[in-house]
Design a protein around this ligand. Sequence first.
Ligand code: DGL
Length: 260
Amino acid sequence: MSTKPKIGFFDSGVGGISVMTHARDRLPGAEYLYYADTDNVPYGTKSREQIIGYSCRAAEYLMDAGADAIVVACNTATSMAIEHLRKTYPIPFIGMEPAVKPAIQYYPHDNILVCATPVTIAGERLHNLIHHWADDEVQLSLIPTPGLVTLAENAQFDTETVCAYLDTVIDSSKKYAAVVLGCTHFGYFRDSFRAFLGDVHIIDGTAGTVNRLLHVLDGIGRLPKNLVPGKVTYIRSGRLVEDDESLAFFRLLEQRSRML
Ligand code: DGL
């Protein structure tokens, strides 16, 4: 067994890079494998069967490449496939869910906006989570915002374009205390959410997921033993990424994740 733990991440596309970047900052001494299923993005409008199929392919690739644990850096895949993955494969899977629990705890009597993909918004997992944490007082607006996935995949981050899209789906006359970003692609648009909604608390599940990853690695004896940075490998739907254009785009997203 190599000394450095190998951590696999997958998402339908580039959204999970924000989660992996946070993990690399906390655990530099691991090796990272990032699988972007860009042949099949978006997941957020697909069927459960399709999403389970894509997730299994990604998980098998990452396990064949030696992953000790896999972060499902995608709320949509977590919603549809995490139980299947955990039942089917022998390594730990860390999932991501919209961070409605902290949002409700901070703002039990204010309006909270939850943005996610159509599949996550309609999914039983999110409704069970809300049912578990919310009482009748809680004011949640659940809004599917799939257009943000396309904007991120196309590297369109300018505030004007993003706000014009948000204006077609969100009622900005309503005052929200918090917005829960329930899709990993949405973290790249924090600046636009602020520009569009004004003074709003932006909450996402990234830090919680990375905390959970640390705990899981510790549990299987695979926490990194030093801080010497491990290598990062990018894969697109089963193909190793080596072209400069893709690598430059992925690096830009790493920077954007740290900036916003
Ligand atoms: N980034 C994903 C999520 O967190 C999915 C986006 C999509 O492919 O629709 O839900």
